[in-house]
Each structure stands twice: as structure tokens, then as C-alpha cells.
Design a protein around this ligand. Structure first.
Ligand SMILES: [Ca+2]
Ligand SMILES: [Ca+2]
Length: 191
């Protein structure tokens, strides 16, 4: 599902790409039963069918790539400028909260800690959502322990179940030229 980002060979340009790498699918509860009343020597009977639907968290990334294009040192670029987002969709049976975290920075420069996460050169937010509440303030991409809440209560109902996630980057001083990418994890939890 990952997508390579084309690089740029001009000396002062840096090609940036961000790729989402992981889909979370968690099965939480399980109950299912079908019962019937036995019937004998009568002309009619009554049967009852009952069942429980499993509480499944199913997240689909209908768009798992953002390409921010070629940037110069010190330049800031975000998803809204290039109209390129990650799109997440709730295809499960329960509403959920959407979080994100990352393990690595797209940058190699140690300037102000840009080569490790979290850092202020690499940020994420929710651009919009069809249901629930989007956290539209850009936040530094955190580590797992501090995963950032992007959308509260994203609904399971079709046509109300998608949200757009955006990324914002600033190229730090001393960043070497070349194609950059970073894997980001989208994490969902029952709301
Ligand atoms: Ca995209
Ligand atoms: Ca759905």
C-alpha cells in the first residue's frame, strides 16, 4: 500500500513524501446465538432468531499517501496547500476515535531535534470529518505514548464515516537534498 515519492535532483531542493504504513483492525467483543423452539405434533410453531454483531474496529485508508512536492531549506508546506491528504474511513461496526503517531522523522538534520520525533518540523492534524469532531490544530507528530487525537467519534454510517488527515512540514537547516519519507501510524480506538 505504500507509494514511493519521486525525488528531485536539483541541489537546493528536497522532495518530501509522507506515507501511512499501518492499518489497525481490532476485534473487541463477541456474542452470537441462534435459538429455536422445538415443535412436534402441532401444525405451527414459533421460532426466535437472535444474534449479536461483533464490535469490530475496521479502519480503511482510502488514501494512504501525501506528496508535498519539492521544497527548499526553511520552506514550510502543508496538505491544504497542495490539496493532498490521508483519508481514513470507518468500515466497522462501532464508532471510534482516530489517533496518529510516528516512530521516525522524515528529516536527517539534527537542527533543533528535527531528526527525531516529536519535533516542530513535522506536524499533523485533521483537516475535516464527515462526523464527530476534527482536531484541526496542527500538532507535532508524537511517539506512541503521546499519540495525538485527530478525530473524536468518527461514525460507522456510510457517507458519515470518512475524515481527511493533513501533514505540515518545514525543512530544517542543513537537511541534505533528496527524497524524504516517513511512515506514520493511524490508530483507532472505540469511542
Ligand atoms: Ca493523498
Ligand atoms: Ca462505514
Amino acid at each position: 500500500m505504500s507509494k514511493d515519492i519521486s525525488n528531485n535532483v536539483l541541489a537546493i531542493l528536497v522532495g518530501l513524501g509522507i506515507v501511512v504504513s499501518l492499518v489497525g483492525i481490532v476485534s473487541l467483543t463477541n456474542s452470537s446465538s441462534i435459538t429455536g423452539a422445538p415443535v412436534s405434533n402441532v401444525s405451527s410453531g414459533t421460532g426466535t432468531t437472535s444474534l449479536g454483531v461483533k464490535g469490530n474496529l475496521i479502519l480503511t485508508l482510502t488514501d494512504n499517501a501525501i506528496n508535498l512536492g519539492d521544497l527548499e531549506i526553511g520552506e514550510t508546506k502543508y496538505s491544504e496547500e497542495v490539496n493532498d491528504f490521508f483519508t481514513v474511513q470507518n468500515d466497522g461496526s462501532i464508532d471510534f476515535n482516530v489517533y496518529a503517531y510516528g516512530a521516525v522523522s522524515p528529516f536527517a538534520s539534527p537542527t533543533s531535534g528535527a531528526d527525531t520525533v516529536p519535533n516542530s518540523y513535522y506536524q499533523i492534524h485533521a483537516n475535516s470529518t464527515e462526523s464527530g469532531t476534527a482536531n484541526t490544530t496542527y500538532k507535532n507528530v508524537p511517539l506512541l505514548a503521546d499519540k495525538v487525537l485527530l478525530v473524536s467519534n468518527l461514525n460507522k454510517q456510510n457517507s458519515q464515516d470518512a475524515a481527511n488527515i493533513g501533514v505540515k512540514v518545514t525543512v530544517p537547516l542543513d537537511e541534505p537534498e533528496g527524497s524524504k519519507s516517513a511512515a506514520l501510524t493511524i490508530y483507532v480506538e472505540r469511542s
